[in-house]
Design a protein. Structure first.
Length: 258
């Protein structure tokens, strides 16, 4: 991601918006080489203690950006949730030096210039107990993503595992992202399938566990929040990976298409 040299669009800097009780989103836009714009979303979870967990730290591009976050609560943990969403972590940690940086498995080996961090494991940190859960996909050839679930609101938090880019201010962006393999609706992109989902068995273990959560809405890093029939849409998008009790196993040909 860093090699792509994304640049935050300085004129697009809305304040955090509350999505549900204890859940806020902070939206930004990135300009990539070639001119395409990519929506980027940070999810902020406020635990019952008042501590904030910031998933996908955003670029702090406007005056008062940190103050808007501070008005929600005290930033205690910052999460780089997958192999790609770490670009603004170092900058963000300068503003919040007392917070802990948590990263997806394998990221510290791939990106050695990150600030001191702790790698997330198969179980959530104790301070999240009963509120924020997780499931780890990977690492697969060094690539991974951590999926989060906020129990009080039923919010599933995805990063690059699935997109939901259906609204575009410019026709150029729609054409560019469709050509790049981003689906016309909620689901994994071509890049997600080739990288994060390439090992069918690994993906199936993670996504089958995720499917057991009572999902009521899905927050994606790129695109619109899924608020209607969220669980059904998740199951449809990842049907080839989700194993339900009593269901027949996927055939080899089905797995090769994944």
């Amino acid at each position: 991601m860093k090699l792509a040299a994304p640049r935050a669009v300085a004129t697009f800097a809305p304040r955090p918006q509350q999505l549900a009780r204890g859940v806020w989103v902070l939206d930004r836009e990135l300009r990539l080489p070639g001119g395409a714009r990519l929506p980027l979303r940070t999810t902020i979870i406020r635990l019952s203690s008042g501590a904030l967990v910031v998933v996908s730290p955003p670029p702090l591009i406007e005056p008062g950006a940190a103050a808007a976050i501070d008005s929600i609560g005290v930033v205690r943990q910052v999460v780089a949730p997958n192999t790609f969403h770490y670009v603004y972590a170092a900058e963000f940690m300068v503003r919040y030096p007392a917070a802990s940086l948590l990263v997806s498995p394998g990221l510290l080996e791939r990106v050695t210039e990150l600030p001191p961090a702790e790698e997330l494991g198969p179980s959530p940190p104790e301070v999240w107990s009963g509120e924020l859960d997780l499931a780890v996909l990977g690492p697969v050839r060094g690539l991974s993503e951590v999926v989060f679930f906020h129990h009080p609101t039923g919010a599933l938090i995805l990063t690059d595992l699935a997109f939901n880019m259906t609204r575009f201010a410019r026709r150029f962006d729609r054409v560019a992202w469709r050509l790049a393999g981003v689906p016309d609706g909620f689901g994994p992109s071509r890049t997600s399938r080739l990288l994060l989902l390439r090992d069918h068995a690994v993906a199936s273990r993670c996504l089958s566990r995720v499917s057991e959560w009572p999902i009521r809405q899905i927050v994606v890093a790129h695109g619109e929040v899924v608020g209607h029939d969220a669980k059904a849409r998740f199951l449809k998008a990842f049907a080839r990976y989700v194993v339900t009790p009593g269901a027949p196993p996927h055939t080899a040909s089905e797995q090769s298409r994944a």
